[in-house]
Ligand binder design. Structure first.
Ligand SMILES: [Zn+2]
Length: 216
């Protein structure tokens, strides 16, 4: 509450210095929270296009749908937008199965110049990869989940890895009292009634990071 009040005061102060600020009552808090705008350049590997289709057709639709749904799920908890800034491919060498090593060695370090991207998401369709995702701003890696429903689980993984960008930490606790997409032991990936959920502590961490995100 205190942070929200401070922000309102800051905006009010800003308005004093500008002409044309609309008068009237204070806007509702949701409209003054800054939104962190993620513009992802997404790369997919050959296993991905084999499973989900060509990037000019069904493969592109799959990526778009996942990003859209990830944004929708995250927006229930934190002020973030997620847009597709570009689509490309990456190469995962035959036999590469360790997600950590894949992230370190093979996930592209940057996106093509000239795109408006500010982050990179690498997707693989290789089912045998044994680490579902790895993330370190401004890059992340997620394996499209083999088990059905592939959409829900892949979206949950995207939510999980994007949350790490904002300081969320892993939980490994089968007895954790809250449902959370950050808990590796959560049997349903934090899904409750079709909605991805976060535990309170991680949600607070993310909101705190997002409050100063524009400074980076
Ligand atoms: Zn994690």
């Amino acid at each position: 509450m205190r942070r929200g009040a401070g922000l309102l005061a800051a905006i009010a102060a800003l308005c004093w210095g500008l002409t044309g600020c609309a008068g009237g009552g204070a806007p509702p808090p949701s409209s003054v929270r800054p939104t962190v705008a993620l513009r992802a350049f997404v790369v997919v590997d050959a296993d991905f296009t084999r499973r989900f289709g060509d990037l000019r057709g069904p493969g592109r639709t799959a990526v778009n749908n996942w990003l859209w749904e990830t944004e929708r799920q995250m927006q229930t908890q934190v002020p973030v937008s997620l847009k597709l800034a570009g689509l490309g491919s990456w190469t995962l060498p035959a036999g590469a199965l360790d997600g950590q090593r894949i992230f370190a060695k093979y996930v592209p370090q940057a996106w093509p110049t000239g795109t408006r991207a500010n982050c990179l998401i690498a997707l693989t369709g290789r089912k045998a990869v044994y680490w579902s995702g790895v993330s370190q701003w401004p890059r992340l890696f997620v394996k499209a989940q083999a088990a059905e429903p592939v959409n829900a689980k892949t979206v949950a993984m995207l939510c999980h890895e994007i949350s790490h960008w904002f300081g969320a930490v892993d939980i490994v606790d089968a007895g954790f009292p809250e449902r959370s997409v950050m808990n590796y032991k959560d049997a349903r990936f934090g899904m409750v009634g079709g909605r991805v959920t976060w535990d309170q502590a991680n949600r607070r961490r993310m909101l705190k990071a997002m409050a100063t995100w524009g400074a980076r």
